[in-house]
Design a protein around this ligand. Structure first.
Ligand code: ADP
Length: 302
């Protein structure tokens, strides 16, 4: 059974569909990523899935329960990591876990039994008695993650779990998430970090304007939508290379001072650039970010 199935899901605000007939099915035991520019409808989709807001049309089955009427039953087996940490500042790390667990009606003795393993998982074993505000940003995120696991959920829903973290802290969160995937938990996450999606997700849905515009594995999306090699040419004078790029690239885009040349034959392209002597360039394999920018554009979204 799919832990989450959305069918024809639609949500309108002021007459505009911000989620627009969206179909999505999450496979059990896998990590599914929702990618999309700001305002694409990711958070609204998660809030609908959790029964926090009501849809205008469509169906939601969360762990087999129709939403929102089955919310009380479904949420007992779902963990949520919201975008912003919502820890209780008056409580210690341990007390935050205890009080959150009590919302699920889990007996105190059982919570006391679960907490050491959760603290260990979050790398907070030495911080059990520290007050929440004294923790670093990375520790707070890991505590929020541990808190979301207090009810031993089958499905974990994470809204931008590593936004605002430095690279070291981000890697620690990724390690935790990989351990959860290895344990067989299902993860649904939104992220703006393509590397995060590429590393963690088995399957990715790219959303824009409330609709899914592409879906597949990270590798599958790259193979389907983009040329395998990118040569980034940069520096002054690249505007004069447009005709050159027309002749030598399968496809190209200019963004700021960089010309992104997409190609199947990077050797021919870089040989040509070497022959010209300038400008500078960088060759790399195509990434999920290239797919994302091709499908959703390079314009800023607010
Ligand atoms: P994302 O998470 O992809 O950035 P959101 O789901 O937060 O996108 O928002 C999608 C669109 O819906 C945005 O245009 C946003 O302004 C709008 N929106 C979200 N929540 C509300 C609300 N409560 N009232 C009105 N508009 C909203």
């Amino acid at each position: 059974m799919s832990p989450l199935r959305l069918t024809g899901l639609t949500k309108r605000y002021a007459g505009t569909a911000v989620v627009d007939g969206l179909d999505l099915e999450i496979a059990p035991g896998r990590c599914h990523g929702l990618l999309g520019p700001n305002g694409a409808g990711k958070t609204t989709t998660l809030r609908l899935a959790l029964g926090l807001i009501e849809a205008d049309a469509g169906e939601i089955a969360l762990l087999g329960h129709p939403m929102p009427c089955g919310a009380a039953l479904a949420r007992r087996k779902v963990g949520v990591v919201p975008q912003a940490d919502s820890l209780d500042p008056d409580f210690s790390v341990r007390e935050n876990l205890l009080t959150y667990g009590r919302y699920f009606g889990i007996p105190k003795a059982e919570l006391e039994r679960r907490i050491p393993a959760l603290l260990e998982f979050a790398g907070l074993a030495g911080k059990a008695e520290a007050l929440a505000p004294s923790l670093s940003g990375g520790m707070k995120r890991r505590l929020t993650l541990a808190r979301a696991l207090i009810n031993d959920p089958r499905l974990l829903i994470l809204d931008e779990p590593t936004t605002g973290l430095d690279p070291q802290a981000r890697h620690l969160v990724w390690r935790g998430l990989r351990r959860l995937i290895a344990q067989g938990k299902t993860l649904l996450l939104t992220t703006h970090f393509m590397e995060e999606a590429e590393r963690l997700c088995d399957r990715i849905s790219i959303i824009d304007h409330g609709r899914i515009i592409a879906e597949g594995s990270p590798r599958g999306l790259i193979e389907t939508h983009i040329e395998p090699h990118v040569v980034e040419v940069f520096g002054e004078g690249i505007a004069g290379l447009h005709n050159w790029a027309d002749r030598h690239c399968d496809r190209w885009e200019q963004a700021g001072e960089s010309l992104f040349c997409y190609t199947h034959d990077h050797l021919a392209l870089t040989a040509e650039l070497d022959r010209m002597g300038s400008p500078r360039y960088l060759h790399r394999p195509a990434s999920l970010e290239d797919v994302f920018l091709k499908l959703t554009g390079r314009d800023l979204r607010d």
